[in-house]
Design a protein around this ligand. Structure first.
Ligand SMILES: [Zn+2]
Length: 221
């Protein structure tokens, strides 16, 4: 089933244009791997960017640039032969989107998960964000509650497995949820499936709710 909740078009265009921070790009790209409709928008943005580049005057390439390009292509071919390159649905053998799987090559079970609250675990992935944006995985048991919280910056979560519910809306596999700075909400993991999510988190969450406390081990807030 295709996702029902999608990132705003601005995020997709920014991904295609290559202007997102790595943490942001990972989450948006993971959704695009799931969602044919959003993948088309990303492809369009990339094509527009390519056309703009093509219209610029020729510029000499740096020494070795073409060799590095060929090496990258060869590496991609090798991955494909090993079966870890995009399959028809674009997922790695781990069952995670490829854009995310590259950060957890040994799988998520070996990550240093932290117990954050009853039924809720989280782990920050080792990503070097230029803007200090964090990339985190969250796992919640069936019915566990992500309590009310207010976002200090933009945030986007993507459901990888299971589902969670917000204000009567169900977010299942591949669904993304944008949160604007200052927005407030709470989520409840699906009572039967629980959920596994990835999220990028920007800025500081005000300490008026559960998520702020949830993030304390990561942010030191
Ligand atoms: Zn979509």
């Amino acid at each position: 089933m295709n996702p029902r909740h999608h990132p705003a078009s601005d995020w997709l265009l920014a991904l295609g244009a290559g202007t997102l921070d790595e943490a942001q790009a990972t989450v948006v790209a993971a959704h695009a791997e799931w969602c044919p409709a959003c993948r088309v928008k990303v492809d369009c943005a990339e094509a527009i960017g390519g056309a703009m580049l093509a219209s610029l005057p020729p510029t000499a390439m740096s020494v070795g640039a073409f060799d590095r390009f060929l090496q990258c292509m060869a590496a991609t071919d090798n991955l494909r032969e090993q079966g870890s390159a995009p399959s028809l649905n674009g997922f790695a053998h781990s069952g995670l989107p490829l854009s995310l799987a590259k950060f957890v090559p040994q799988g998520i079970d070996v990550l240093p998960w932290k117990h954050l609250a009853p039924g809720v675990r989280g782990v920050r992935l080792p990503i070097h964000s230029r803007r200090g944006i964090q990339l985190c995985l969250f796992e919640a048991d069936p019915g566990a509650v992500f309590g009310s919280h207010t976002h200090g910056g933009s945030e986007m979560s993507l459901v990888l497995r299971g589902a969670y519910h917000v204000n009567g809306l169900r977010f299942g596999p591949g669904d993304s949820e944008d949160s604007e700075p200052g927005s407030r909400h709470m989520a409840v993991a699906d009572p039967e499936e629980g959920c596994l999510c990835v999220a990028f988190i920007e800025g500081v969450n005000r300490p008026d709710g559960f998520l702020a406390r949830l993030l304390q081990p990561f942010t030191g807030l």
